[in-house]
Design a protein. Structure first.
Length: 425
């Protein structure tokens, strides 16, 4: 096979100082790239498939014979511990993620037993990367990340090369546009190339956060109102001692979704609506909520926000699912599916129809929902939800109503079991 002929399976042992000079070459678009591909495909535990996007492949030679292979490509999109360490906000991340590089493959052939070789190669390739990456892709990296399967490796070579351990991933991987939990948490390590640049990011993020907090002063004050629904407090087991801190807790909870909204006004409306649903208001529609917690001028804006506003609902769901998983996930957990129905007087709400209503125990005018939950010894919570659309809503007499209610054009009829099956997948 191409690549195999150049590799000698000669057992090498000793210290890295005994094996000099070591040649490290960038094999991108060269004849030796096939050697790199063959080595990684056959000897790296993750194998190798063609990488899309910017990448550099380094082949390490001793006396002309390949003994190791490393590669660097673009950084992962969402890594919680890395993003917390860098301290950037979403706007900064969108601009500067291209300046973070990932060490996605590192292989030393199994018959090579040279002490300190791994950390030596990491240090040298980092230096080469600072010249090669901007020359090839026009961007200067300020940091390099990597992920180590800690069930298989200790990550000692990264620590020896002055990389910093940040913690573990949350066990999610991207499939299509969604992040799916697979449970294989990996250790995250980072090497900062340009510390002053990192400090600048953090200082700028802090300055912007102060400005953002000033903009959010109104909803923060509104959340402190001591008019919580007593039934909700009783059901949740909230004590008198902890009631005083509920406003701050709700504010902290809503804050994690702030990047899902495009403008500060949307964040204020979301906070106002959440507070209204948890309040002691008898009618929890938009008008009474806006009148109590905002102003008469905000009624129309709040109505538009809930009816036609656009925000990142998929991102919001992913944040919620990841947070819930970090609290309740266990190996022996189970999924649960159930329906919940909401009686309605009118006929204009999306999906409303005369159908069996569990809340009433009979056929009534209502909306019907399908809900996917998770249960385990650590607790339980909802994972996903969907509005059931009766089949008649897809017929011609409902065409105008579908448009008025904003029903997506590509939506097709699904039974409740079909909806549940799709959520589980």
């Amino acid at each position: 096979m191409q690549g195999y002929d150049e590799i000698k399976q000669a057992y090498l042992t000793g210290s890295v100082k005994d094996f000099k000079p070591l040649e490290i070459i960038n094999v991108n678009k060269t004849e030796k790239e096939a050697v790199w591909d063959w080595m990684v495909k056959n000897y790296h535990y993750l194998g190798y498939e063609k990488t899309i996007g910017p990448r550099i492949k380094y082949l390490v030679l001793y006396a002309g014979t390949p003994i190791a292979a490393l590669s660097y490509n673009r950084a992962a999109l969402k890594i919680g511990v890395r993003d917390d360490y860098i301290g950037w906000n979403q706007a900064q991340k969108q601009t500067m993620l291209k300046n973070v590089v990932s060490n996605n493959r590192f292989l030393i052939l199994p018959w090579i037993k040279i002490k300190y070789l791994a950390s030596h190669l990491l240090s040298r390739t980092i230096k080469m990367l600072q010249k090669d990456w901007p020359a090839l892709f026009g961007e200067m990296p300020f940091a390099v990340e990597t992920f180590v399967d800690r069930d298989k490796f200790k990550g000692t070579c990264y620590l020896a090369a002055n990389w910093q351990y940040l913690g573990e991933t949350k066990g999610y991987g991207k499939i299509g546009k969604a992040f799916v939990y697979h449970g294989n948490r990996k250790g995250v390590y980072i090497y900062v190339i340009n510390k002053p640049f990192l400090d600048h990011i953090r200082q700028d993020a802090y300055r912007q956060s102060l400005q953002e907090k000033a903009k959010r002063k109104m909803p923060t004050m509104m959340l402190q109102a001591m008019d919580w629904n007593p039934d909700i407090l009783e059901e949740a087991g909230v004590t008198e001692e902890s009631v005083a801190g509920l406003g701050d807790m709700l504010g902290d909870y809503l804050e994690r979704y702030s990047d899902c909204f495009a403008r500060s006004e949307q964040r204020a409306h979301a906070a106002c609506y959440a507070k209204g649903l948890l309040s002691d208001l008898e009618r929890k529609s938009i008008e009474p909520i806006a009148l109590r917690y905002a102003s008469p001028d905000e009624v129309r804006r709040m109505q538009y926000f809930t009816q036609g506003g656009i925000w990142d609902d998929e991102g919001m769901l992913a944040i919620y699912q990841a947070h819930l998983s970090s609290i309740v996930s266990v190996q022996e957990g189970m999924l649960t599916v159930d329906g919940c129905d909401f009686p309605k007087k009118g006929k204009e709400s999306v999906g409303v129809s005369r159908q069996y209503c569990g809340a009433a125990g009979k056929t009534e005018n209502c909306q019907a929902g399908v809900f996917l939950g998770y249960s385990g010894v650590n607790g339980y919570g909802l994972i996903n939800k969907g509005l059931y659309m009766p089949e008649k809503w897809f017929e011609d007499p409902y065409a105008e109503r579908r448009i008025k209610c904003g029903v997506p054009e590509g939506l097709a009829f699904q039974t409740k079991p079909q909806m549940a099956s799709e959520m589980i997948r």
